[in-house]
Design a protein around this ligand. Structure first.
Ligand SMILES: C=C(O[C@@H]1C=C(C(=O)O)C=C[C@H]1O)C(=O)O
Length: 350
């Protein structure tokens, strides 16, 4: 087993381990004490763990952590896939929520809202490192992480969604939305329905408008199909050259949370989520990763991801966070099914 896993297992102090997409190294940040660092605005370089709601504090690990890199050097066994089970109570609850969302859209309150549910699964506490290793092996193109802070809890996930990659004055981001369940899909030949195309276009439009005031050079690719585990999403790559490198954080404030996780218009969707989901998303739908900012020369080089396909771990229980975009054409049963399919990303490693 890699030394980093041993170190993480022995740690009672805050740590994060992560493997970036298509990378053969695991990075570990180990805080030297149990302090909880929080902020409302990212100024100094750090590892950031930000919540979904903008009014909640952003957690970060400062740069004076013990930071280690290690090549991936392990093999791991997979257990047999357990078929995803339908819990009829959970299903009914989600159908009611989605119906309410569709009604609010028909009433003209908003155009899109991302509605989610939290599912509890029984796990084995001594297998945390194995779950993490399986995520690493199973999702080579995802950002895979294992985060622990005594005041925040333990989180793990494999996200396919970049929030931003920033290199000095260039901000790269993606519009990722629309989901079908199709393992090993023939990506070139997928024909997307109008519902999925529309929900992804809302995200693209929002991102373009959010970045416009900060950039004179803003470009987007055509939407294309993107495989994430057994799911396929619609994706558009977007790049903006900032007028001012110092605006890097403004770009994040303008983007987060995008309609891929929240909805459109943002305020209305967020209010609907708070009032109707019936639980606090905490860090699900937030973002995490390396924030590098040097305010002496205003250079930035950041790599942040949206926190989804994730779980919160508490002893022998895992809480899975599962959401999907709702618009006027949504069919509640299909939306529930989509959350079941999304649960397989994590369940297949448990
Ligand atoms: C909300 C989630 O995923 C997001 C929502 C998607 C959708 O609505 O189709 C697709 C990708 C993600 O941007 C999730 O996985 O929980």
């Amino acid at each position: 087993m890699n030394n980093l896993f041993q170190k993480a297992l022995a740690a009672s102090t805050p740590f994060v381990l992560y493997r970036k997409p298509n990378n053969s190294q695991i990075v570990g940040w180990f805080q030297k004490n149990k302090m909880l660092h929080t902020t409302t605005k990212l100024t100094k370089s750090c590892f950031v763990f930000a919540p979904f709601h903008e009014n909640e504090k952003i957690v970060f690990y400062p740069e004076d952590c013990d930071i280690t890199h290690e090549f991936i050097d392990f093999s791991v066994e997979f257990s047999q896939d357990i078929p995803a089970q339908t819990n009829s109570f959970e299903r009914e609850k989600h159908l009611l929520l989605v119906n309410k969302g569709i009604q609010a859209i028909h009433d003209g309150l908003m155009e899109k809202v991302v509605l989610s549910r939290k599912e509890t699964v029984t796990i084995e506490q001594d297998k945390y490192p194995i779950y993490f290793q399986r995520l690493i092996k199973k999702y080579p193109t995802a950002f895979v992480y294992w985060f622990y802070h005594p005041n925040v809890g333990m989180w793990m996930g494999a996200t396919p969604e970049q929030l931003v990659k920033i290199n000095n004055n260039v901000v790269q981001t993606v519009s990722l939305a629309g989901t079908i369940n199709q393992p090993n899909a023939d990506l070139k030949n997928i024909i997307w329905g109008e519902k999925e195309q529309n929900e992804q276009q809302v995200v693209t439009d929002f991102i373009m408008n959010a970045l416009k005031p900060l950039s004179n050079d803003l470009q987007a690719t055509k939407p294309y199909s993107y495989q994430a585990g057994s799911l396929v999403h619609i994706k558009t790559d977007i790049a903006a050259v900032l007028k001012n490198t110092q605006d890097a954080y403004k770009a994040i404030e303008a983007l987060h949370p995008t309609p891929a996780l929240c909805g459109f218009p943002k305020q209305e969707a967020q209010k609907f989520i708070i009032e109707n989901e019936g639980y606090n998303r905490e860090f699900y739908g937030g973002y995490l990763g390396e924030w590098k900012f040097n305010n002496l020369d205003y250079s930035t080089k950041s790599d942040l991801f949206v926190n989804l396909r994730c779980m919160k771990l508490d002893k022998n229980q895992a809480y899975l966070f599962l959401g999907g975009g709702i618009n006027k054409d949504s069919i509640p049963e299909n939306e529930y099914e989509e959350t079941v399919n999304k649960s397989k990303t994590i369940k297949s490693v448990l």
